[in-house]
Design a protein around this ligand. Structure first.
Ligand code: HEC
Length: 289
């Protein structure tokens, strides 16, 4: 039995070591410390991904309008609620408020009277629809750089043949990269390019040796403090983590609610237990034997 255990242990250890070697974990990975609930970080990550990565990489499992709904809709709804409160309490309306009200009625709103009239004609569900439409429009304007529509999957427009000629390989689809490589890997990889004149693009990478991707973030790195640059890379990594599993947003949120429920249930059960045991303690209750 003992021998069997030792053999199993050494086989497992051997496997772990070889998997680690395969995964190239001889490089110390930095902790990404991303937080999928941080919506500002995800928004910045989405913008940076579209600006710096989408020219080469697709994330074909993701559609633009899903990003709109998951990452930007909340802000648009929030702005509308604020504008509506200001409108109903007769506070002065800012340009942002007018924009938010225009979003809600799906028409350009120019004055208070018009805002009140237009809103009065719409049901809540119509307003919801309009706000979602406005979010799609915003995403189409800021994140879609090619002729794609907001309902399309996010596909890079780089021709496959060209990519192979330029890089020796096609840039991989990044839909699931956070799940296959992990966030720490991506975070470290993007910050590990170094100058190497023997390589076609003049750079190499500590995590992915002889990499065929250029250091696309070098300009960003030079124009910012290290702290801000690291935050930008963290945001891109966070965004890729979200792309790998969009349902995580719902799951994490649900997890907190379940824990909250269990906590309340714990208090109630404890009080109930005390109530039952009080009778036992004071001898009012005796088991029938
Ligand atoms: C100019 C084209 C180009 C751009 C722009 C680009 N990449 Fe790449 N990327 C590549 C190529 C080519 C590879 C394959 C590298 C290799 O295997 O040697 C790659 C590989 C990767 C990998 C490794 C994937 C894997 O599974 O091995 C990740 C992660 C990655 N890129 C992320 C990014 C991110 C994030 C951005 C934007 C900040 C970006 N890339 C911008 C061309 C590009």
């Amino acid at each position: 039995m003992k021998k069997l255990l030792t053999t199993t242990a050494s086989v497992l250890a051997g496997l772990t070591i070889s998997f680690n070697l395969l995964a190239g974990s001889n490089v110390q990975l930095d902790r990404a410390n991303t937080d999928i609930r941080d919506q500002k970080s995800l928004q910045n990550g989405a913008q940076l991904f579209m600006d710096y990565c989408s020219g080469c990489h697709s994330i074909s499992f993701m559609r633009y309008n899903r990003i709109a709904e998951d990452l930007f809709l909340d802000d648009i709804v929030e702005a509308y609620k604020q504008a509506k409160t200001n409108l109903l309490t007769n506070k002065p309306l800012s340009a942002t408020d007018f924009q938010a009200l225009s979003n809600a009625v799906d028409n350009s709103v120019k004055n208070i009277k018009q805002a009140k009239e237009s809103l009065g004609k719409l049901s809540d569900s119509q307003i919801e629809k309009n706000l979602s439409k406005a979010t799609d429009r915003m995403v189409e304007k800021n994140l879609v750089f090619n002729a794609d529509k907001v309902g399309s999957p996010i596909i890079s427009s780089m021709p496959k043949k060209g990519a192979e000629a330029w890089f020796g390989t096609t840039p991989p689809d990044l839909s699931l990269v956070a799940r296959s490589k992990g966030t720490d890997w991506i975070y470290t990889y993007l910050r590990s390019f170094y100058k190497d004149d023997s390589r076609p693009f003049g750079v190499n990478n500590k995590v992915l040796t002889n990499v065929s991707m250029p250091d696309v973030l070098w300009h960003l790195k030079e124009s910012k403090s290290t702290k801000d640059f690291n935050q930008d890379v963290r945001d891109i990594t966070n965004f890729l983590d979200y792309v790998g599993e969009p349902a995580k947003l719902v799951r994490v949120d649900l997890g907190y609610k379940v824990l909250g429920f269990l906590f309340i249930l714990f208090i109630l059960s404890y009080l109930l237990k005390k109530e039952y045991w009080r009778d036992v303690k004071y001898g009012k209750w005796k088991a029938k034997d």
